[in-house]
Design a protein around this ligand. Structure first.
Ligand SMILES: NC(=O)c1ccc[n+]([C@@H]2O[C@H](COP(=O)([O-])OP(=O)(O)OC[C@H]3O[C@@H](n4cnc5c(N)ncnc54)[C@H](O)[C@@H]3O)[C@@H](O)[C@H]2O)c1
Ligand SMILES: *[C@@H]1O[C@H](CO)[C@@H](O)[C@H](O)[C@H]1NC(C)=O
Ligand SMILES: *[C@@H]1O[C@H](CO)[C@@H](O)[C@H](O)[C@H]1NC(C)=O
Ligand SMILES: *[C@@H]1O[C@H](CO)[C@@H](O)[C@H](O)[C@H]1NC(C)=O
Ligand SMILES: *[C@@H]1O[C@H](CO)[C@@H](O)[C@H](O)[C@H]1NC(C)=O
Ligand SMILES: *[C@@H]1O[C@H](CO)[C@@H](O)[C@H](O)[C@H]1NC(C)=O
Length: 724
């Protein structure tokens, strides 16, 4: 941050070059914003300056407003951290300048960066630059005039689409749409921009103030139609995101009342949104995602990641083929090993189907698919294993089988080869027991389907070396996963935290609450599907298996339900046989199956936990809380046991692994917004009424009573014991 500055350099041609310098993306930090204002005023006042070119140092124009400033506002609750010199004032200063200003754009101009460029009188852009206004992904709207200038430059429909979807466009698309005046090579960027600025000054090129334009926005009836469609769309796709509706409102205001009025309205709405819970949640997730790659004792001790060029995957089942797919898509050579040619062929077919599925859905070009598949080789023995850098074992969960495999690997693979297992339920220390390579053994927990789900839990034992962890983090990033380093415990961080989720839902059902109501309420909270539909989709076998594992590990806080057994007895298997809580038919949405109700009645009779035999009465909010507070409670235990390095790791993991709504910031972040004390008090009350499933953990109790946020690091709460 010390290096953040804005330079001004006047050439013999009378053009002042103003350069933003704040590596790596020239984020608009406060010193940059103040620097811009000062340099523009200086250039305006200098007699030797005829025209101005604005650019960014290091091949990137600007990535936009410095998000850490917003984080600071959220942490302190003090919005005076926002720039006192508003960027919009700077943009107006540029746009209304008596000397023409040209933006010389390269690399990227996103958010506030694009808004600055749109305030200039022309935009000269290098090929393949990224241009966009992604502010809505952070719970805010563009705050520096973007909602007003983009529609005036490229037309309303496209501008609304770019803002609501937060998708950027390239220089080439920008040229067609009118956002870009010309595309020139990177080498010629400054030269052409200077000439362009001088030509504007000599009136040989038009001097255009974006905010004054009216030729692109269309007639009032066209405007109404575009905005009406946008509002309907938003109501359907983003009912929880206030910034979406607000963005449409602000755009409309500017078209009805004029650009300057629109800019004022935009600033007013921006200020409100920036302190909304939605923005707090989304910005927490943004930083949580970046924090996972900082692992104390691993990434801060001067180690360099080793090159992982060739990976062996053992087992071509669902997980193994998903993992192999992710690897070849990341340009890594994969050896897939199976026990016989029939299974091997099946595994390879699955991988091909995975890759072709991506092509069919337009997520991958045919050419890239061919390259990826050319990196795959199937084998039936270990001869190819001599020079692999990493082995990922993905065979069935069987300790003695896994131990045998690891003993073989130790003999065959090179002494630097990383040995990773996908085990979800077996103690890593036991797997490695029979080898002397324990420092190279590490867990890799992918979420199914592994080539699509973005989360990767990296499980270290207390013997795993930092180099091995670093290498796996690096591979994780190459294959576009979010790698979260966690400690070893039943279910690891994510599944353990969420084991009470399905149990809480089952407890409620047995207390008399309607299953479909529960699914609806949880869906309304922001999960894509409710817990019972999730059970249908995942399959009852998985539920039975994992429930056994949890019963062994967490017997003091288990809720056991007869429901799944009763469903299976009734011939239901969930989605796999089309019959579960819902009816699944090809080509239509799952429909609630009312014929499941007598089975639920049977379960309630067997369970016999309804007070006085009558269904309890709960509000929607209580349904959410009776399911999610126990999850928070388990998250507290995960934090206390030091399974994750920091609370925000559970936030990002809950969002990416369990589809916890990102705009609620993740499970721990949400809990702190609700308040530890309220969660503690509710759980205590329910524990008295319904038993130990709800009993508050020690960590929760301590923090609730002392008023310490659940997310605060252990140093804030003296007694916490980090075991990593
Ligand atoms: N790591 C994760 O992220 C994750 C996620 C979900 C589930 N799981 C676990 O995965 C397991 C089931 O996965 P699945 O559905 O892919 O099972 P699966 O039975 O479809 O696949 C297992 C494959 O491994 C092969 N195999 C067995 N021994 C082998 C050997 N010595 N060498 C080579 N290949 C061998 C089998 O022939 C089979 O094809 C479960 O136990 C579950 O707990 C892991
Ligand atoms: C586990 O693997 C071992 C060794 O491969 C095998 O003998 C045993 O039958 C397997 N156990 C189960 C339950 O499949
Ligand atoms: C590991 O892979 C095997 C085989 O594909 C699969 O059965 C098992 O569920 C996977 N385990 C985990 C934790 O993903
Ligand atoms: C974790 O949860 C996922 C999704 O519910 C499930 O498919 C997987 O088998 C679970 N793994 C473990 C180890 O519990
Ligand atoms: C590592 O874990 C094992 C098994 O839990 C334990 O016995 C041992 O003391 C631990 N070693 C260290 C160095 O923490
Ligand atoms: C790893 O987790 C298992 C439970 O799944 C536990 O039995 C074992 O002691 C743990 N090992 C270490 C080193 O913590």
């Amino acid at each position: 941050m010390a290096s953040a500055k804005v330079d001004l350099e006047v050439g013999t041609d009378g053009v002042a070059l103003i350069t933003m310098c704040n590596p790596p993306v020239n984020a608009l930090a406060i010193p940059i914003i103040i620097g811009l204002k000062d340099r523009f005023q200086e250039a305006a006042g200098r007699k030797d300056v005829k025209a101005i070119v604005l650019t960014g140092k290091g091949g990137r124009f600007s990535g936009g407003f410095d998000i850490s400033v917003m984080k600071k506002v959220h942490e302190t609750g003090d919005s005076s951290h926002l720039p006192d010199v508003s960027v919009e004032l700077v943009v107006n200063l540029i746009e209304d300048s008596k000397k023409p200003v040209v933006a010389a754009v390269e690399g990227l101009a996103l958010g506030g960066g694009l808004e600055l460029a749109m305030g200039c009188h022309a935009r000269v852009v290098a090929p393949r630059a990224q241009l966009g206004l992604p502010e809505l992904t952070l719970g805010i709207i563009p705050g520096f005039g973007g909602t007003q200038r983009l529609p005036r430059l490229i037309g309303l429909a496209k501008a609304v689409e770019m803002m609501l979807t937060s998708k950027s466009i390239t220089s080439e698309e920008g040229r067609k749409l009118g956002l870009v005046d010309t595309i020139v090579s990177s080498e010629e960027l400054l030269k052409v921009s200077r000439l362009w600025a001088l030509e504007i000054e000599e009136r040989r090129k038009p001097w255009i103030r974006s905010l004054h334009r009216t030729d692109k926005t269309g007639s009032l009836s066209e405007v109404r139609e575009v905005l009406r469609t946008a509002r309907e769309q938003v109501k359907k796709t983003a009912p929880h995101l206030p910034q979406q509706q607000a963005c449409v409102d602000v755009i409309e205001h500017g078209i009805v009342h004029g650009g300057y009025s629109g800019v004022l309205k935009e600033a007013e709405v921006f200020k409100k949104l920036v302190i909304s819970d939605t923005s707090k949640g989304l910005i927490n997730v943004f930083f949580a995602q970046r924090a996972i790659s900082k692992v104390p004792g691993v990434t801060d001790i001067g180690l360099k990641p080793r090159n992982v060029k060739k990976v062996a995957v053992i087992g071509g089942g669902l997980m193994g083929s998903g993992i192999a797919t992710a690897l070849i898509l990341g340009n890594i050579c994969v050896i897939l090993k199976e026990i016989n040619s029939e299974f091997l062929l099946k595994g390879i077919k699955t991988i091909e189907a995975n890759v072709n599925g991506l092509v069919r859905r337009g997520k991958l070009t045919k050419q890239k698919a061919d390259v990826a598949l050319s990196l795959l080789k199937g084998v039936l023995d270990y001869t190819e294993f001599k020079d692999v850098d990493l082995v990922i074992e993905a065979v069935i969960e069987n300790v003695s089988l896994k131990q045998t495999i690891f003993r073989d690997l130790e003999k065959i693979c090179s002494p630097h080869c990383i040995l990773a297992t996908n085990t979800s339920t077996i103690d890593l220390n036991v797997i490695g027991q029979k080898t002397s390579a324990q420092d190279r053994i590490v867990g890799a927990h992918f979420f199914s389907p592994a080539h699509i789900m973005p989360l990767l839990e990296i499980i270290r034992t207390n013997k795993t070396s930092p180099q091995v962890i670093l290498d796996l983090i690096t591979v994780g990033k190459i294959i576009k996963k979010a790698p979260v380093v966690v400690g070893n415990c039943t279910g690891f961080a994510v599944n353990r935290t969420f084991f009470p989720y399905s149990q809480g839902a089952n407890l409620l059902v047995n207390l008399g609450v309607d299953v479909f109501k529960i699914d609806q309420v949880i869906h309304n909270f922001g999960f894509p599907i409710g817990p019972f539909q999730l059970l249908d989709v995942a399959g009852y076998g998985v539920a039975i298996d994992t429930s056994k594992v949890y019963a062994g590990a967490f017997s003091d806080r288990m809720f056991k339900t007869p429901l799944v057994d009763l469903l299976i007895k009734d011939g239901r298997n969930g989605k796999s046989n089309g019959k579960g809580y819902y009816i699944y038919e090809k080509g239509s949405k799952p429909k609630p199956d009312r014929s499941v109700l007598p089975i639920i009645e049977e379960s309630r009779r067997l369970c016999n936990i309804m007070p006085n035999g009558k269904p309890i009465s709960v509000t929607d909010q209580e349904i959410v809380e009776m399911i999610l507070f126990p999850v928070v409670n388990e998250a507290c235990r995960v934090l206390e046991d030091g399974i994750v390095i920091r609370a925000s790791d559970l936030d990002i993991a809950s969002v990416l692994g369990m589809s916890f709504p990102n705009y609620r910031g993740g499970i721990v972040f949400w809990a702190d917004l609700v308040g530890a004390n309220r969660i503690y008090t509710s759980l205590k009350k329910w524990a008295q009424l319904y038993g130990n499933f709800y009993k508050p953990s020690r960590y929760l109790e301590e923090r609730a009573l002392k008023g310490i946020p659940l997310s605060a690091p252990a140093s804030a709460a003296p007694k916490s014991t980090a075991r990593l």
